[in-house]
Design a protein around this ligand. Structure first.
Ligand SMILES: [Zn+2]
Length: 261
């Protein structure tokens, strides 16, 4: 999904000037087919949250989420705790499909990301970055399928997606990269995180049919990630044992990727 120009300068500080004090880390990200993992996001939930905590004005230290290996730096203790709560919910959902987050992770917010991404997972740094609330608000295009979602629902899905990347980064891969398998899992888990009635609104009528395995491809991912999201969900949900299918991808029994020459 590409970013719109809804805001001429999404990185500009809000009226409180809070963004200037956050000290975002700037990472560059190569193509989506490189070793980097990348992705997409948005939500008014955090916008409201940050508006509430803005008067505090102080930059917080990274916060270790209880009972996890996740550290959050969302800009304030209150925001850190909110993100930790969302991480806990996401971890519970992923665990229901036997996806465990065992590696240490740091989650930070950013006011801009490369490659028109909403969020990114940097596997070598154990780092997840998500656009800041102000930038996220400007990033969802009017014609995006995700416009139909409540903002907090979409943000939860975003976290699920990136955490799924972290949970599958070390899965067996006979090639240089198994990006397709990882993205399939991340998008399927993201879509699964949405309530049934809200997810139904995202599925275009033309895809209301059986989805075949070769319809979920890297080409679709690159050219039309929202179509990929729909087809990955439908293919996943049409399996006799959806979570079992995820497990087969993770243990290498099912290989969605192919070698690229
Ligand atoms: Zn992804």
């Amino acid at each position: 999904m590409t970013r719109t120009n809804a805001s001429a300068n999404p990185a500009a500080p809000n009226p409180s000037g809070q963004l200037d004090a956050w000290g975002w880390i700037d990472y560059s990200v190569p193509s989506p087919f490189s070793r980097w993992r990348w992705h997409i996001f948005v939500n008014r939930f955090l916008i409201c949250l940050l508006a509430i905590v803005a008067p505090l004005g102080a930059q917080s230290e990274p916060y270790a989420c209880p009972d996890t290996a996740v550290t959050v730096d969302a800009g304030s203790p209150e925001a850190d705790q909110e993100v930790c709560d969302l991480v806990a919910r996401a971890s519970t959902q992923l665990a229901s499909c036997s996806l465990e987050i065992t590696r240490p992770l740091t989650i930070t917010l950013a006011d801009s990301l490369s490659d028109d991404c909403y969020g990114q997972f940097f596997c070598e740094d154990d780092l997840i970055k998500v656009l800041s609330p102000q930038a996220l608000a400007a990033a969802v295009s009017d014609d995006s399928i995700y416009q139909a979602l409540p903002d907090d629902t979409f943000f939860q899905g975003i976290l699920v997606h990136e955490l799924a990347h972290a949970a599958t980064d070390d899965m067996p891969c006979p090639f240089e990269s198994c990006l397709l398998g990882q993205e399939y899992i991340s998008y399927a888990m993201m879509m699964q995180s949405f309530p049934d009635d809200q997810r139904t609104m995202l599925i275009e009528e033309r895809f209301q049919r059986q989805i075949y395995r070769d319809e979920v491809s890297l080409m679709i991912l690159a050219m039309a990630p929202e179509v990929f999201a729909q087809k990955a969900w439908l293919h996943f949900s049409q399996r006799p044992d959806p979570c079992g299918f995820i497990g087969q991808i993770v243990d290498g029994t099912v290989l969605l990727d192919t070698e690229h020459f």
